[in-house]
Design a protein around this ligand. Sequence first.
Ligand code: HEM
Length: 487
Amino acid sequence: MFSPLKEDLLLHVHKYYETIILAVVSIGVTFFFLKFACGKVAISYRGHIRGRLGLPFIGETISFLSATNSTKGCYEFVRLRRHWYGKWFKTRIFGKIHVFVPSAEGARTIFSNDFANFNKGYVKSMADCVGEKSLLCVPHENHRRIRRLLSDPFSMNSLSQFVQKFDKMLCQKLKKLEEGGKSFVVLEFGMKMTFDAMCSMLMSVTEDSLLRKIERDCTAVSNAMLSFPVMIPGTRYYKGIKARRRLMETFKDMIDRRRSAKESPEDFLQSMLDRDSCPPNEKLQDSEIMDNLLTLIIAGQTTTAAAIMWSVKFLDENKEAQDRLREEQLSIAKSKPGGASVALEDFKNMPYCLKVVKETLRMANVLLWFPRVALSDCTIQGFEIKKGWHANIDATCIHYDPDLYAEPMQFNPDRFDEIQKPYSFIPFGSGPRTCIGINMAKVTMLVFLHRLTSGYRWTVDDLDTSLEKKAHIPRLRSGCPITLKAL
Ligand code: HEM
């Protein structure tokens, strides 16, 4: 019946029966442990997202933190995993499962179902810092009302005064820096300029000592937004909460002064207070105004300053684009009477500058990804996402996708001659949470590039390309120091 070979085999099986069972069980247990406890075995089947979840809570938090603490920046964490697991991958950070959504189609699904199927990830420290009435934290129903009431001063037409003031301030500062002949750090310069311009536009604060005091406190709040929420003296969270209290007192004081008619300058704050006599649905409560003043400053300053820094860096590395930009801007400067400010109409004559701004934002990815939480189980492009998982719209991956952008690592403003595919260019997000400061950010960059290229040439004094550690916004560690030379 059996061949001698089979018989031998059966004999061995019989003899070593227990050992074989033990071996099979051990392999099974090991496999099970790796798969579910450590997540090291990534099985790919349709709908399943590969990746390593690691141990409960800890997951890959340590790898994430070490990437954040390195000069390659926190996106290195994402890049490596995409290399290991493919475009879609999942991981566990601080106890939460995160999926990085890498496609324009995925972005469309999330943006167009924002609030219904997804919401912004709630981080306690963030809400404590910017306040529960902030656009960043407020629940859906209130978000729509607050956003509607905040929006008008940020429309393009309302920004005319802001443009003039920013332009004047910028001209003076650049002239002084050029005359001084010394190297200065563009990032620091951008931080100060955007902060001062925003405080002037939002609440007419122009006095330097008050500006610096508010800036110090806003920086402390910003640093505490992603910290561990315990009130222990010396911690970032503690300092941030204390700074928030001081800021709220300063804002409340300003509101009281305006209500008692001691002051009524024309600015964002006044436009909110002018609604005092409106029905409740048509005005903001004081706490809503104050939380959002703080939010606007924090959301606007670091982002715009980083974008300004990258534009200088990219233009330095791409002299042809710089020359074309200069040519366009000089022709605008020459067509205006000497000393005239930039006006909104001038932007119509800056098509190349607008392309430079867009290309800078595409390549810089100031906000690397946009976090959302799934409110129910769902599938995106066939991939299963469970309720409670974080689905991060990976703007960086989309902006570097070679199927959407030919030679994506090349700085090429002319690529924006073509109309972009839907959801493939999303530096300001999309849907109900689109950046409220989109116009302000764009005009700030346009004015900056106009004055820089029509008035000066520059040399970058530190060519190091490593990134600042512990930063969630990618910024050069050097901050991009430059020296100006007048044309
Ligand atoms: C280059 C500069 C800027 C970039 C790249 C940028 C990017 C973004 C992005 C991507 C979002 C949406 C995030 C998401 O969907 O989760 C956003 C939201 C927001 N941005 Fe900006 N932003 C910039 C400048 C500004 C400025 C100047 C302001 C303030 C005047 C501002 C205020 C806000 C606010 C308040 C939100 C939250 C909106 C909401 O949830 O309804 N941003 N920004």
